[in-house]
Design a binder for this molecule. Structure first.
Ligand SMILES: [Zn+2]
Length: 156
């Protein structure tokens, strides 16, 4: 069996007046992520990892952020399409392991729902979708970014 591994990373800014979509679910929060689509940073990073594993470019290549077609797009649709894109080369999702870096909100209570949601979209068992949450307090470079009044989500 040909097993390939990919890596994805994404960042979106937290702003007022936007819903917070993460892992395909809407999380109650006072701020949300800014972006052309629904800005689901976790799904975007996973899409890039899947595309990278298949060596099929990146999410921006397939879903340009200057296109009306992707404006306010539900990232679950992007994820489903990415699974279809890698299937063109005969690949399917084995397992996903992702880390979300965020100071707030607390994400652990939402992780089982995210796993269920994304597993269903990708057509795999929830046990194949690992999501971890961490804060960024020990990483100096991201602390620096936070100091310029932006909170970032980073996933890999
Ligand atoms: Zn993104």
């Amino acid at each position: 069996m040909n097993i390939r591994v990919g890596f994805g990373f994404d960042v979106h800014q937290l702003v007022e007046g936007r819903d917070l979509w993460l892992g395909g679910i809407k999380i109650p929060n006072d701020v949300g992520l800014l972006g052309h689509s629904d800005a689901d940073v976790l799904i975007h990073a996973i899409c890039d990892a899947l595309l990278g594993a298949a060596n099929m470019r990146d999410i921006g290549y397939h879903f340009p952020d200057n296109s009306d077609d992707t404006l306010d797009m539900d990232s679950k649709i992007i994820l489903k399409e990415v699974v279809g894109i890698i299937a063109q080369k005969g690949y399917r999702v084995g397992n996903v392991d992702a880390t979300v870096c965020a100071e707030r909100p607390k994400l652990n209570p939402h992780i089982p729902a995210m796993q269920q949601c994304m597993a269903q979209v990708m057509g795999v068992e929830p046990d194949c979708v690992s999501i971890k949450a961490t804060t960024t307090e020990k990483i100096q470079i991201i602390m620096y970014l936070a100091k310029i009044k932006c909170l970032y989500f980073a996933v890999h």
